[in-house]
Design a protein around this ligand. Structure first.
Ligand SMILES: O=C(O)CNC(=O)c1n[nH]c2ccccc2c1=O
Ligand SMILES: [Fe+2]
Length: 219
């Protein structure tokens, strides 16, 4: 699915129409320039301040099967927020913007269902940081066993991210095709995909600090 470059003049209607179309056709939707540079930078700065304050919890330790020594690579570091915390006003605005799109798209989609779901809630926001040095996330399905999560929404915050230099590519392996969707975690990019077995995906080793904010919507 070629990603869509948003324009500040895009109406909520147009954005939702695009989300519905891509989710229905590909199960994946990419929106670039989601908040615009200024507000995107405000969100990034809130995340950087959070990270520097050290409240992120240690990610899983993954032993590095490739190497012989028992070197372990720390993978994702995460922190859950509901957006009402202090110094999170721009993250809160991001969350409500995504809520508006999902809930409106849900209404607009045929018979009030996007896919086969009637979305009625979401998780808190998970701020994730891959601290470079090869940190990655092995191929997985977010919701393999019907835990209620149906849409994964990820907002990327990485300025001047060059996958050739920094790695950290998100590769989605949509079920039923040998086509993969390669999504670079570039600044101000918004990504939606079905959370279930239709979209196995992996985060390839990152060699720079890589930030993202994820929301899971459930029915
Ligand atoms: O950052 C990305 O591009 C994709 N990211 C993921 O697929 C992803 N999926 N599930 C998780 C569960 C716990 C902590 C981090 C994660 C995580 O980064
Ligand atoms: Fe995932």
């Amino acid at each position: 699915p070629n990603s869509y470059y948003m324009d500040p003049s895009d109406s909520l209607y147009e954005i939702c129409h695009r989300v519905i179309r891509d989710m229905t056709q590909y199960g994946v939707c990419v929106l670039n320039n989601f908040l615009g540079k200024e507000r995107g930078l405000c969100v990034l700065n809130e995340v950087l301040d959070m990270y520097r304050s050290g409240i992120f919890t240690a990610g899983q330790l993954v032993s590095n099967p490739a190497s012989t020594e028992a070197q372990t690579i720390r993978s994702d570091l995460i922190h859950w927020i509901d957006g009402k915390e202090a110094n999170c006003q721009y993250i809160r605005q991001l969350i409500s913007q995504v809520d508006n799109i999902i809930l409106r798209a849900n209404k607009m989609a045929n018979n009030g269902k996007m896919g086969d779901y009637v979305i009625n809630g979401r998780t808190k926001a998970m701020v994730a940081c891959y601290p470079g040095s090869g940190s990655h996330y092995v191929k997985h399905v977010d919701n393999p066993n019907k835990d209620g999560r149906c849409i994964t929404a990820i907002y990327y915050l990485n300025l001047d991210w060059d996958v050739k230099r920094c790695g950290g590519l998100l590769r989605v392996f949509p079920e039923g095709t040998n086509q993969v969707a390669d999504i670079a975690p570039i600044f101000d990019r918004m990504l939606f995909f079905w959370s279930d077995r239709r979209n196995p995906h992996e985060v390839q080793p990152a060699y720079d600090t890589r930030y993202a904010i994820t929301l899971w919507y459930f029915d």
